[in-house]
Design a protein. Structure first.
Length: 203
């Protein structure tokens, strides 16, 4: 037998052994499964604030309905009113499918945004909007629960300042759990479509 033939037979034998190791039960090595971590971000949680009538509102009051939650402040010159108007349009576009959706506006400027101030401001937007304020400590706890960044900018004059804050709208389910968020580029059509997707077959 030639050396070439011996080499070919050796290669075939090694291939057969490899097949046994890889494919025969009990012989092949145990597979190491790749674990993926699933679950929604930890957004949302306990808060206690007040509405324009001075009534206490907690996170429990939102349970049983979907919620669109946005943090901002009354003296915001652009992002806040634009976002609140976009949410108003989205709720109108979604029509009856938005009846189970509670829009919520929470201030990050507790020092200036009193219940009365919040009530007068939110009247410019969707009639179902719930406007909430509280003490600085209460509003910070609410912002922390939703992972909202905010910071008071330097005062130009006494009492005249801006608030820096993140501008996401959080869409929460009936149990108060996070579904998704919308950034400032989301249109009313985008939000209305997601509202219909979530609520259309669950009434």
């Amino acid at each position: 037998m030639s050396k070439l033939r011996i080499l070919q037979l050796s290669i075939l034998a090694l291939a057969a052994v490899a097949a046994l190791v890889l494919y025969l039960p009990g012989v092949r090595p145990e597979r190491t499964d790749v674990r993926t971590v699933e679950g929604a971000p930890a957004i949302g949680g306990a808060f206690e604030l007040v509405d324009p009538q001075g009534r206490t509102v907690t996170d429990a009051d939102l349970k049983g309905r979907y919620a669109l939650v946005f943090f901002g402040f009354v003296n915001c010159p652009d992002i806040c009113p634009l976002t609140l108007q976009t949410l108003t349009q989205a709720l109108e576009m979604a029509g009856p499918m938005a009846e189970d959706v509670q829009p919520v506006f929470i201030t990050v400027d507790a020092a200036r945004d009193t219940p009365e101030t919040m009530g007068a401001y939110i009247a410019n937007f969707h009639p179902r909007f719930l406007a909430l304020t509280g003490t600085p400590e209460q509003t910070k706890r609410a912002a922390d629960a939703y992972r909202v960044y905010f910071r008071k900018a330097a005062e130009q004059e006494p009492g005249e300042y801006m608030m820096e804050h993140s501008g996401f709208v959080y869409f929460m389910d009936r149990d108060g759990d996070f579904i998704t968020h919308f950034n400032s580029s989301a249109t009313a059509q985008d939000i209305a479509a997601r509202i219909r997707q979530e609520t259309g077959f669950k009434r």
